[in-house]
Design a protein around this ligand. Structure first.
Ligand code: NAD
Ligand code: ZN
Length: 358
């Protein structure tokens, strides 16, 4: 198959390629009952082209966005599937970013107790993170992603051509997850990002970069599908990030919060004698080159209070995933609250070596 096919460890194909390679990916599946797409006009165009490559399957646009990632929208989708007589053995194809893969995937996980679902990822976040790993779900008033299900997709196609129309900020959102993957993987992957950071995004070999990040996620997830242990590795920077998102009332977007969380995890690892200053600075430099933030005005006490609500908390204690080195992270680390507080205070300031750059 053309495109870059990542490993099959998860039991379903994940192909990274150009839109022109989609037909070949789709030929592995039976004809879809229908195509569900984010109603955004750009995404709809991508969905129409995908449907043409799949025996002109009907295309159903659904208005999405984080605020519509709710059960009412899921019900709309379920009603649509029922009205069109979609049967238990059908395949549905979804097109869009992480909101689409979470919401359409969840609808298909529950429709008739689960039908097959394949996703065409059109944002960087969906390609390197949301569309792989089987977590689907929607938000409740009480918080993000509080209702959901593990539902393996039948396949994922990462359409690198779609990146051309993404905004700079949507690209940044995905970059922090790629940097996270690179800290976990280390070696050539991290070094290749350092090398690429000097070039414009338009000149990047996206197929290679996305396949690299997908490989990290699939390897970790294959080892621990239901998050009993090693999957927590992927939570690097995220305990802090979720606290910052909540405390800012979601004004700080996830990717930016992850960048802050990666700095905080690095600082906490430095403070507890796990990580070297040189490697911490390499991470910060990379984040800076992608235009990601390091400092936030959000109150440390509010971040800490919000962190205590984290889904991943066990037995009332905060647990962190921390770097020991680039390419070596440790999960389930319990750290004294005083160290966490000290790190949160540092997030109010820029890191010294970077002050000069701004
Ligand atoms: N399940 C998981 O493991 C997981 C992991 C990470 C994130 N997520 C979820 O993913 C969501 C964020 O995903 P996202 O950042 O992709 O958001 P998104 O799906 O809302 O897409 C962002 C914006 O870009 C638009 N868009 C999509 N593709 C485009 C394209 N090719 N060109 C131009 N515009 C395009 C969308 O219409 C939307 O306005 C969050 O809800 C988050 O919880 C889930
Ligand atoms: Zn994330």
């Amino acid at each position: 198959m053309s495109g870059t096919e990542t490993n099959y460890d998860l039991g379903y194909p994940i192909v990274v390629g150009a839109a022109s390679e989609f037909a070949e990916f789709a030929s592995q599946f039976d004809r879809p009952a229908l195509v569900l797409t984010d109603a955004d006009p750009t995404v709809r165009r991508i969905a129409r082209a995908a449907a043409r490559a799949m025996h002109r399957a009907p295309v159903i646009p659904v208005p999405l966005g984080e605020r519509r990632k709710r059960l009412v929208t899921v019900e709309r989708v379920l009603d649509e599937l029922a009205a069109r007589g979609v049967e238990r053995d059908a395949l549905v194809v979804g097109v869009g970013g992480g909101v689409a893969s979470d919401l359409f995937g969840f609808a298909c996980a529950t429709y008739m107790r689960g039908i097959r679902y394949a996703h065409v990822a059109t944002t960087l976040v969906a390609m390197v993170d949301a569309a792989i790993g089987a977590k689907t779900g929607v938000n409740l008033r009480a918080g993000k992603n509080l209702v959901g299900s593990f539902h393996d997709p039948a396949g994922v196609f990462c359409d690198v051509t779609a990146l051309r129309t993404l905004t700079r900020s949507a690209m940044r959102e995905g970059m922090s997850e790629i940097v996270k993957a690179a800290i976990i993987e280390g070696g050539d992957f991290f070094a290749s990002l350092e090398e690429l950071s000097g070039h414009r995004f338009a000149a990047w070999p996206w197929e290679q970069v996305i396949a690299g990040a997908v490989k990290v996620k699939t390897m970790v997830v294959a080892d621990d599908r239901l998050e009993a242990g090693r999957r927590e590795t992927l939570n690097l920077g995220h305990t802090f990030a979720h606290g910052i998102e909540r405390a800012s009332d979601f004004k700080v977007p996830h990717g930016s919060a992850v960048a802050l969380g990666l700095r905080a995890a690095g600082l906490l690892a430095l403070q507890t004698g796990r990580f070297s200053r040189d490697e911490h600075l390499r991470v910060l430099t990379l984040l800076a080159l992608f235009g990601l933030p390091f400092d936030t005005a959000v109150e440390p006490n509010e971040i800490l209070a919000a962190m205590r609500h984290d889904k991943k908390r066990r037995g009332g204690r905060l647990r962190f995933t921390l770097p020991r080195a680039i390419g070596d992270v440790e999960y389930g680390v319990e750290v004294p609250l005083t160290s966490v507080r000290a790190v949160l205070r540092r997030l109010r300031e820029l890191p010294e070596p970077l002050l000069a750059r701004r």
